[in-house]
Design a protein around this ligand. Structure first.
Ligand SMILES: [Zn+2]
Ligand SMILES: [Zn+2]
Length: 265
């Protein structure tokens, strides 16, 4: 009974915005499920395998435990020594946007070059092999990696905050970005519109298909947040844009139609 009251208090304590966002997410997910949208937008249909998923869960738990412990200890040490500090003063939206852009493009550069290095034969087994055990990514894949890789990638935040004193407000956006991007690119579903790579404004941001293809084909599409370095270095998969349009223009069929179609083919 006590637990029930605690849960009730927790739910009542949520602010209206969180409630609206949660309701919107539930509405969006159920609409996508019942209309057949998710079935149409599954990047690799029929790729899910339980034994691989179980292995991913094990590595994810191990990686998160070790990585948070190590990076937490390093960050606390650097804070105590005065290397890492944050600015708690209010700042204009432009300053926050600039600092956020430095984090975003900085992480993308950090990730691209470490990622390329981890693909080199002599470093691969010790760092990146575990993450590539997943050929059809799902949200758990984003955490399923050797802690050596987890620490390398997560180190960008302590490195950046040691070099620059960012505003606390900027930091509010940093962790959610890392979580949302990690979940989205490994989701296994493409939710972006088919014109994404044709628009000069949006083509620089990666899609779930972009990273999904990195898992499926192993070579090419190394970027973490953007396609910029892949474009500069010529490492975008040649068929990426064609495949992206194919996935995002698949017809959406309701479950009974899809089943009937399968039965007749
Ligand atoms: Zn890789
Ligand atoms: Zn991945």
């Amino acid at each position: 009974m006590d637990h029930f009251i605690q849960i009730k208090d927790m739910l009542m304590g949520l602010d209206p915005l969180t409630w609206w966002l949660a309701l919107l997410a539930i509405f969006g997910l159920s609409t996508g499920f019942f209309t057949g949208y998710f079935r149409a937008r599954k990047i690799q249909p029929n790729g899910f395998k339980w034994p691989i998923f179980r292995r991913e869960v094990g590595w994810a738990v191990f990686n998160v435990s070790v990585t948070t412990l190590v990076l937490g200890a390093v960050s606390s040490f650097l804070k105590a020594k005065g290397w890492i500090s944050f600015n708690s003063e209010p700042a204009s939206g432009w300053v926050i946007a600039m600092e956020y852009a430095i984090y975003f493009l900085g992480f993308d550069t950090w990730f691209y070059w470490w990622h390329r290095l981890m693909h080199m034969e002599r470093f691969y087994n010790l760092t990146h092999k575990v993450h590539h055990g997943s050929i059809t990514p799902n949200p758990v894949t984003s955490l399923s990696m050797n802690p050596v890789e987890g620490i390398i990638e997560g180190a960008w935040v302590p490195v950046l905050t040691s070099l620059l004193t960012l505003h606390e407000t900027t930091m509010i956006f940093v962790i959610p970005t890392a979580v949302v991007m990690g979940q989205y690119v490994h989701s296994g579903f493409e939710i972006l519109p088919s014109w994404w790579n044709r628009s000069w404004l949006t083509k620089w941001f990666i899609s779930a298909t972009f990273h999904d293809q990195h898992h499926r084909y192993f070579k090419g599409n190394y970027g973490g947040y953007t396609t910029i370095w892949d474009h500069i270095c010529g490492t975008v998969r040649p068929r990426y844009e064609v495949d992206f349009v194919k996935i995002t223009t698949r017809p959406i069929r309701r479950a009974p139609d899809a089943k009937r179609e399968k039965a007749t083919t």
